[in-house]
Each structure stands twice: as C-alpha cells, then as structure tokens.
Design a protein around this ligand. Structure first.
Ligand code: FAD
Length: 324
C-alpha cells in the first residue's frame, strides 16, 4: 500500500487540535506505513518525526503554511497525505498539492482500503449522497472532516528531523475577530452543540418577550458547558427583519439545509421547532435532545432521542444553576 503522511499543524502554545489526532486515527485504520509531519509553534517536540518550526510558521498564513506543507510532503516521500480539515489546512493544502503535481479532496469522512488501494468517502449535494472514490494522481491529499474518527493516542516522536524552510511573506496574522461579539461561540471541537430557536424571542406565558434574559440564559449555558452555539434560520433572520434579536447570533451560527452541518457528540435544541430544513443540519449529531413547550413539534416526530416538553426558560435557568 502507498506510504501515508499524516500532516498536522499545532495551535497556540504548541498543542494539537483534536482533529489532528482524529486524522492520525484515520491513517492508522488503513494499516500501512504511516509517518507524521508537524508544523507550527512547538512542532519539534510534538508527535511528528518530521517537523517545520520557527516564528514564521507559528502564524496561520497561506504563504508559510503552504511552504511548510510542501516541504513536509516532499521530505516524507508519501503518496497519500491525510490532514485534518481545519481552516488552516483547507487554505494551504490545495496550493501545496498543485505545486507538487498532486490532487486534493476536502470534507472526507472516511478512508478505507479496497484491493490494497486507498478509497475516500464524502458527502455530496448538501449531505444527501455519500460517495466513495479513489484517485490515481499522487500525491493525493485528503482532508479529514473533524468528528469523523475517535482521536488516537499519540506520544512525542522518538526522533525528529527538522526541515529548514525559507519563505518570505508580507502578511501578518494579528488575531481572531468574531463577528459582532468578540467572543468565539462556534466551537467545532466542543462535545455539545446548543441550538437556540426563534421561540426565545417570542411572547411568553405572561404575554411579554424576555429577550435579555434569553440572551443571558443561552450565553450562560454556552460558557458554563463550553458548548458550541448554533441557531435556527428563523432566529438569525429576525435581525435583518428589524425584530428583537440576540446580538451574538449571526448567519454563521445557522444549522440546517442552508446552514452548516456540524459534528458534535451531543446536541440540545431549545425553543426550536425541529422542522426538516433545520434538522437536516443535525445529521451527524449523534445524541439529540430538545426542549419545546409543544408536544407535537418536529423533534417529537423521531428527530430527537429525548424531547422535554417544558418551558426552556425554566429548564435553562435550572441547568445553569446546576452548572454553577
Ligand atoms: C429552502 C429552505 C431552507 C431552509 N433552511 C433552513 C436552515 O438551514 N436552517 C434552519 O434552521 N431553517 C431553515 N429553513 C426554515 C425552517 O423550515 C424553519 O422555518 C425554521 O427552522 C424555524 O425556526 P424555529 O424552529 O427557530 O422557529 P419557530 O418555527 O418559530 O419555532 C419556535 C419554537 O419555539 C417554541 N417555544 C416558544 N417558547 C418556548 C419556551 N419558552 N420553551 C420551549 N419552547 C418554546 C415553540 O413551541 C416553537 O416550536 C429553511 C426553509 C426553507 C424553505
């Protein structure tokens, strides 16, 4: 079988993103020869037998990331490259693959072998059709979707070959900026997804809306449980329609047919009806629960494992109290 390179980057402080260890698990599941290449801050003492480090590579930046990837792929001599589908890799690897005369596939959810050849699977047509394919071109770079594998255990490499890569760039990464809030609430690595629906801004039992309290309860849970925050389309659309809204929600939070399809172990939907165009975005959320006052809402129709027919304001108040 073709030699495989697991190509990963570190994050601030030299840690590895969860998705890196998931990609390592994907490579190990194939059973062939696997080498690991790491670039970024603290790459040397990390898990790679090949490393590119230095100040220039600590920043997420196309020019330096692509140069590091190119050097690591070349030095490994691998025909197949598996990398985590982080934004950093998704930006840099197509360019690196093209420079090496190779090809790249994104959003891959599984790799397997058939007659000794590696095959990749991914979803097409907005997650409706799953396809399995292989490619003859080498190097074949495959970006593995986070959440598709259980993370592998990994120890620091016994011996590391550090590669010297020289590349100039005028681009400086100055930091992250979250839209509107400054707080990062979309966390693909989080165990739990918390979804807020339009009900949070509707008139409640007392005939009044309670949007400020809704905001407090939602953010209280997201911070307390370190969950990722998602939204229904109705709720994020309200802002553009001039209605009372939750200021920290943007269209980037929208889950569903015209939104995102995240992969979290667990999901909790609140004040959200569970209509099909929303729930298709939950396709990869493994354990689903919902809180809705309507016992006939969409979640009750086979779309959630557990539906709590209750007032989400009361449930979340209590849940946040328990979370401290
Ligand atoms: C082509 C197309 C694409 C679409 N794509 C998407 C998509 O990507 N994502 C998406 O989300 N939608 C999408 N939609 C819209 C989707 O069909 C729904 O309109 C939307 O998901 C409804 O949002 P909601 O459940 O938050 O709001 P609502 O339907 O208004 O539901 C609010 C819910 O809150 C509950 N509620 C109110 N107060 C409380 C309380 N105190 N406690 C508990 N529950 C309470 C109510 O019982 C109700 O069920 C799409 C539609 C179309 C036609």
């Amino acid at each position: 079988m073709d030699k495989i390179l697991v190509l990963i980057h570190t994050v601030e402080g030299g840690a590895l993103p969860n998705a890196a260890l998931e990609t390592l698990a994907a490579a190990q599941s194939l059973g062939g020869e696997v080498v690991t290449g790491v670039f970024g801050e603290g790459a040397g003492p990390s898990i790679g037998s090949l490393a590119v480090e230095g100040e220039a590579f600590a920043q997420a930046r196309y020019a330096t990331d692509a140069a590091a990837c190119e050097a690591l792929i070349k030095a490994s001599g691998a025909a197949i490259v598996l990398a985590p589908h982080t934004s950093r890799m998704a930006r840099a690897l197509p360019g690196a693959a093209a420079r090496l005369g190779g090809v790249v596939d994104t959003h891959v959810v599984a790799v397997n072998t058939s007659d000794g050849a590696v095959e990749a699977s991914r979803w097409f047509y907005r997650q409706r059709i799953e396809g399995t394919f292989s490619r003859a071109a080498r190097p074949w770079v495959v970006l593995i979707e986070p959440g598709s594998y259980e993370p592998a255990e990994a120890a620091p490499a016994a011996a590391v070959t550090k590669l010297e890569v020289t590349v100039g760039s005028k681009t400086q990464m100055v930091g992250f900026e979250s839209p509107e809030t400054g707080e990062q609430t979309i966390r693909p690595d989080a165990e739990t997804l918390f979804v807020a629906g339009a009900g949070w801004t509707k008139k409640q039992k007392d005939g009044q809306t309670h949007t400020p309290e809704a905001a407090e309860l939602i953010m209280g849970f997201v911070r307390g449980a370190k969950s990722s925050l998602g939204s229904s389309k109705s709720l994020v659309d309200m802002g553009s329609e001039g209605q009372s809204v939750l200021p920290f929600l943007t269209h980037l939070h929208q889950i569903g047919q015209t939104g995102s399809t995240p992969r979290h172990k667990k999901g909790l939907a609140t004040c959200c009806h569970g209509e099909e165009p929303h729930v298709v975005g939950w396709r990869f959320v493994r354990e689903r629960r919902a809180v809705n006052m309507d016992a006939n809402c969409g979640w009750a129709r086979g779309k959630a494992d557990v539906l709590y027919v209750a007032d989400a304001f009361e449930v979340m108040r209590e849940l946040n109290r328990l979370l401290g």
